[in-house]
Design a protein around this ligand. Structure first.
Ligand code: DX5
Ligand code: ZN
Length: 226
């Protein structure tokens, strides 16, 4: 049976107390920490860089899933690897040398991910499927938390699932995932569910209930006994 993993996106965390919030959301049931890096160029927003990732790395042993929404990405891969990322995901749209970026991530000893914007066909990654450990289907246009899930992402998830064809590649979905749509998302084939606002809403006392609601919805939809 497929295992569902919930990845709180710390873009929605309390930046004034980030280390403690990262620890709290993992203790509340987050499986991996989704770390959103934005450069104000590839996406119209800026988040934080490798020094912040390194600082919060001390707060938990949970794996760090670093989502690079930056272009170019290649000059910064080593810094994010050294900062303690376990998975590093680059966007297929971020530059002309996706193959090289993925080679570099694996050469740094990290798992390699590739992400697709809502407007990019999955055919863009056909030639690199044997070089990735994770495919990230964006279900919003990247740049901001709190946006609504774009329904056409569901068909793309199904198509990417077919392309994975049983290989050991995680299928991650990011953007507007909530307990209300986690079932559809999981049923379409996703196993890594990123949740920003839906995980962090209501403050620390709510994190565990928020994450449990997303997990239960996803697992019920794919028939995991809960
Ligand atoms: C969007 C980011 C997401 C975002 C998700 O550009 O990549 O990871 O934080 O936030 P929600 O779950 O609120 O859409
Ligand atoms: Zn993200």
């Amino acid at each position: 049976m497929r295992k569902i993993r919930i990845l709180p996106s710390i873009l929605a965390a309390d930046f004034s107390d980030l280390g403690a919030d990262v620890r709290a959301v993992v203790e509340a049931g987050g499986d991996l920490v989704h770390v959103d890096i934005m450069d104000g160029h590839f996406v119209p927003n800026i988040s934080f860089g490798p020094d912040v990732v390194k600082a919060i790395r001390k707060s938990t042993d949970a794996p760090f899933d670093t989502h690079l929404m930056i272009a170019p990405a290649d000059p910064y891969l080593e810094a994010f690897a050294r900062a303690g990322s376990d998975i590093i995901t680059v966007h297929a749209e971020a530059g002309p040398h996706l193959h090289r970026s993925l080679q570099t991530i694996r050469a740094l000893g990290k798992k390699a991910g590739v992400s697709l914007n809502p407007g990019t066909s999955e055919t863009a990654i056909e030639c690199v499927m044997d070089m990735v450990d994770l495919v990230l289907v964006m279900s919003v246009n990247p740049g901001f938390g709190g946006q609504s899930f774009i329904p056409s992402a569901l068909d793309k998830i199904r198509r990417v699932k077919a392309m994975i064809a049983g290989r050991d590649i995680a299928l991650e979905v990011d953007g507007g995932v909530t307990a209300a749509n986690a079932g559809e998302v999981a049923a379409a084939g996703a196993d890594y569910l990123v949740a920003g606002s839906a995980a962090f809403k209501g403050g620390r006392a709510q994190y565990a209930a928020n994450i449990a609601a997303i997990r239960t919805a996803a697992e019920s939809a794919i028939g995991v006994l809960v």
